[in-house]
Design a protein around this ligand. Structure first.
Ligand code: AMP
Ligand code: MG
Length: 352
């Protein structure tokens, strides 16, 4: 990572932290910044046990990265992808994650698909050597994306993929890591912490003064760090997927890293960013990616039809307007200078 890149990321995290902590005098957190899971992370905790808790959390996230990385030779996911159709035993923890992620692929009707990797790679997002595959190549790639072909054996916690297919937990790993880290923090007696994992925020408890954390939602079309709205949360995750997070431009066209599994090409659903708020980081991360792919109508249907997923959402659409699910109405606020943006509240009753 270049110093310039690190500085830019640190700047973003600082802007977020400022929004999170507000103006009231507050005790100083113990913070640790690191690079893992392909992104900048900043772990902050309050209280007497904060330092050892933050250190243990940093160790854990590095370990999870080593297990789950799709590109790191020797990781569990790498081993599954290299197995050429054979069964591969993975740790119980990784097995449980794959099982839960597959359930989220099912519930989103394949908008989330953890076998999208061949497409992500073909577009050059793994190497930054970006290219636009031909229509024939895309058709071939789309045929290789199918989460229903992943086989699991709970008795031996083993996984098997048909040859030519690949697993990638990039859409869910950070959210799931947030769950693991917050559980570890609680085990360590921490009652107030804010974990920044790339586009994901995981909060533990409330702020030290008992008030909610205020988490900014990036303006997808604005400069980095420009928050267009804020949501108030405690003990919850806030996860955003947006085309602005990783993209390239070619011949005047923008291509981003979130793929429509049906076409193996960047998803164009009219959504510029999807933010999910909920108690479980894994669900939030899975759904942020899925809602970006699904677009506004399918997103509303998923939210209405699956209350058991316990999530709320904010979509920023191409025309600049926003949609928020009803449960967020209380804690949601447009920020200056975005107050004139149109916000539609999606209610449980389809007729509004
Ligand atoms: P996120 O930032 O959580 O939305 O995840 C995006 C990452 O997940 C991409 O960088 C890809 O590695 C992978 N990915 C892209 N599209 C999909 C998809 N439709 N389903 C699952 N994973 C995807
Ligand atoms: Mg995601």
């Amino acid at each position: 990572m270049t110093p310039k890149f690190f500085k830019r990321l640190t700047g973003t995290a600082l802007a977020l932290t400022l929004l999170l902590t507000g103006c009231a005098p507050a005790p100083e957190p113990v913070s640790r910044d690191l690079f893992a899971m392909g992104t900048f992370l900043s772990l902050s905790a309050y209280g007497g046990q904060a330092q050892p808790a933050v250190d243990r959390a940093a160790d854990l996230v590095t370990q999870l990265d080593n297990q789950l990385s799709v590109t790191r030779e020797g990781s569990e996911i790498w081993a599954v992808n290299e197995a050429q159709g054979a069964w591969t035993q993975v740790s119980q923890r990784t097995f449980d994650l794959i099982r839960d992620a597959l359930e989220l692929c099912r519930v989103t009707d394949g908008a989330l698909d953890i076998t999208t990797y061949p497409a992500v790679r073909a577009w050059g997002f793994t190497t930054d050597e970006h290219r636009v595959p031909s229509p024939e190549e895309l058709a071939g790639l789309a045929a290789r994306i199918d989460y229903t072909a992943v086989e699991l054996d709970p008795a031996t916690h083993s996984v098997r993929l048909p040859e030519g297919m690949m697993l990638d937990l990039g859409a869910v790993a950070k959210g799931w890591a947030g769950d693991q880290l917050s559980a570890l923090m609680e085990e360590d007696g921490i009652s107030s912490a804010m974990l920044y994992l790339g586009g994901n925020i995981q909060t533990v408890g409330a702020k030290p003064d008992g008030s909610n954390w205020k988490v900014g939602i990036q303006d997808p079309s604005g400069p980095e760090g420009a928050s267009l709205a804020a949501v108030e949360v405690s003990d919850q995750a806030v996860v955003t997927s947006g085309g602005y997070q990783r993209f390239f431009e070619q011949d005047g066209q923008v291509y981003w890293h979130i793929m429509d599994p049906d076409t193996a090409a960047p998803a164009r659903s009219g959504v510029l960013s999807a933010t999910i708020v909920g108690g479980r980081g894994l669900t939030c991360d899975a759904l942020s990616t899925a809602l970006f792919v699904m677009g506004a109508d399918r997103a509303a249907r998923l939210w209405r039809d699956h209350p058991e997923l316990e999530f709320e959402y904010v979509l920023v659409l191409e025309d600049g307007s926003l949609q928020i699910s009803q449960g967020l109405e209380q804690g949601f606020k447009l920020l200056s200078p975005y107050q004139d943006r149109k916000v539609t509240v999606i209610s449980h009753d389809e007729r509004g």
